[in-house]
Every structure is written in structure tokens, then in C-alpha cells.
Design a protein around this ligand. Structure first.
Ligand code: ZN
Length: 316
């Protein structure tokens, strides 16, 4: 387990290192090819291994069935007008910025329009959320009910308060109690029904869930988890009880970073912002891995069309 200071001062990927690896279109294409076809070209229609490269249109044509495909088809880069170097640089900036990076800053760094920067940013956020949502938490899980927005977005709990968007914050800890992974998910309300739907999607069965005793969390019992609640308001209040410190600290850090980096987060897109911070936190020990895994998941992600980008996220 690395200490917080080790995480804070770890060597990231320098811009020079990044540029020497992904600074040209050819380098990005080569990397994309390796991720897309790790065992060499394979026709998406007939699985034939031989191809002609149509240089004028950058297309790969199957020597057997003659169907054509591009490197970017079927990936997050599908139908983009931006060069891959711009995408890769965006991935670098997003992955290495601990507190996130606004679309305005991306626009300036990348030399593209703010709309293009916004679309690119949201696509990457969705990739990050989807990547983590595929991996349920397991073992020892601590959960808490949190709200975003309203009058006191970082402050006092406002269960059910108007203008606030509820989300569940979960932290997987190891046997020593140290934090491993987090999952912050928007939910409709803190009801037993919704907590169970969330638990079925995001926790591996027979986990041990610990909460501060909000009634809905008892719902975990019925879906094959053990649940314990710890009362934080009475007898532990004045002791040196620090069980909830880790999760509270992470929640506070994420909220503060979101408030300072982004102005006016649209509530229906809150899940993808939360997903972005969770993705980085979950890979916090190795910044180079963070960069590579965001490239990897971008290539493996299905294309995200405009209508999906505009739509509110599914909560689960
Ligand atoms: Zn073919």
C-alpha cells in the first residue's frame, strides 16, 4: 500500500515522453492497430487475415471478401474529424489531471472548438465510467449516501432536499482497511428497491457492506450480502473513531475537485463526471498505467453517437 505522499509525488508521464511516443499520426495509428488487431489484421466480416491498404482513404481492404474497414471504426474515435494525435493528447491531459480538466482548457490546449472539446471530453468520461462499471466491487465495502448540488453542495447532508441529486459512494477496502477501489453512482433515491438494483449490478455477491445505518442500506441483506451499520452520531461521536474517514475524505476531494474544475455540471450527466473521478482514483498508484488504460478502453469502447452523448446516463 503506497502512502498518500507517494501517490501525490509519483512520477507521471512527462509531456516530452508522451510526445516522443504518440506525437505523430503514424505512431498513434500503429498503436491503434496493435490494440485493435493484437494478432494481426482480421477482417471484421470474414475473419480473413490478408489485406490491402488503400492509402488514399486510409482503409484496410480484405483480400478475401473485399470489405473495407478503417482503424477507427467501431471505436470511440469512429467518424471523428479530429486527427488521432489530438485525441491521444486529450487522453493524456484527462488521464494525468488529478482534478479533471475543463473543456475550455482542452479547447485551448488542443486548438479545437469548445463544442468539439466538450464532445471529446464527454466521450472520454463515458468510456471511463463504462470501464469501471464492468468491474463490480467485492469483499469489504463501505457505502454512504451523498448528494450533489442544491444550496450546500459540499456541506450539510440534505436528504431529500430540493435541487440535490443523490448518489451512492462505495469504497472497497482490503483486509487491513486500506482503500482499494471506489464506485460513485447516481441513483434515483435512497430506497431499498434502488439500493438493491445498484447492489446487484455493482457488488459481487456475499460482500460485507458497512454503512452508517440509513434504512435503505438494510436492503443489501436480501440480495445475498452481509450488512452492518455503524451509528456515527452517538457513542462514537467524540472518540477517535476513524472508520469513515477514508470514504469521507475521498467524497470531499471529489466534490471539491468537481466544483473547482467544472462550472455548472448538468445533473443528468453527473454519472459520467463521477465515473471520471472514480476511474482516476482506481488507478492512482500508476500514472503511466492510467494513460495506457484510457487509450485501451477508448479503442475497445463502442462508438458513442451524438444522441447517446446528449441523453442522460442510465443510473445503473
Ligand atoms: Zn473479409
Amino acid at each position: 500500500m503506497a502512502k498518500r505522499s507517494e501517490i501525490h509525488f509519483q512520477q507521471g508521464v512527462s509531456l516530452l515522453d508522451f510526445q516522443s511516443k504518440y506525437g505523430t499520426e503514424e505512431q498513434c495509428q500503429k498503436h491503434l492497430f496493435q490494440l485493435k488487431w493484437p494478432n494481426g489484421y482480421c477482417c471484421p466480416r470474414c475473419a480473413h487475415k490478408q489485406y490491402y491498404f488503400v492509402r488514399s482513404r486510409s482503409l484496410y481492404q480484405c483480400q478475401n471478401c473485399r470489405s473495407q474497414t478503417s482503424l477507427i471504426s467501431g471505436t470511440i474515435f469512429s467518424s471523428t474529424k479530429l486527427p488521432l494525435t489530438v485525441w491521444f493528447l486529450a487522453i493524456y491531459l484527462v488521464s494525468q489531471s488529478k482534478k479533471g480538466i475543463s473543456s475550455l482548457k482542452l479547447m485551448r490546449f488542443l486548438g479545437i472548438s469548445q463544442n468539439a472539446a466538450m464532445r471529446l471530453k464527454h466521450k472520454l468520461q463515458m468510456v471511463m465510467k463504462q470501464a469501471d462499471d464492468e468491474k463490480p466491487l467485492k469483499g469489504f465495502i463501505q457505502v454512504d449516501d451523498v448528494y450533489w448540488g442544491g444550496k450546500h453542495s459540499g456541506g450539510k447532508r440534505g436528504r431529500g432536499a430540493e435541487g440535490k441529486t443523490p448518489f451512492i459512494a462505495a469504497l472497497e477496502r482490503n483486509e487491513k482497511g486500506n482503500p482499494l477501489f471506489i464506485r460513485f453512482s447516481r441513483i434515483g433515491a435512497f430506497t431499498i428497491d434502488q439500493i438493491q438494483r445498484w447492489g446487484e449490478r455493482h457488488l459481487i455477491s456475499q460482500s460485507l457492506v458497512v454503512s452508517d445505518g440509513l434504512a435503505c442500506f438494510a436492503g443489501f441483506q436480501a440480495i445475498n450480502h452481509s450488512h452492518f451499520s455503524i451509528n456515527t452520531t452517538s457513542r462514537y461521536r467524540n472518540s477517535d473513531f476513524t472508520f469513515f474517514d477514508w470514504l469521507n475524505t475521498v467524497i470531499g476531494n471529489v466534490k471539491n475537485a468537481m466544483l473547482s474544475t467544472y462550472h455548472g455540471i448538468c445533473h443528468r450527466h453527473l454519472p459520467r463526471y463521477l465515473g471520471e473521478f472514480c476511474f482516476r482514483f482506481n488507478r492512482r498508484f500508476k500514472l503511466p498505467i492510467l494513460l495506457n488504460s484510457l487509450i485501451y478502453y477508448s479503442v475497445k469502447s463502442n462508438p458513442i453517437p451524438e444522441r447517446q452523448l446528449r441523453r442522460a446516463e442510465d443510473w445503473w
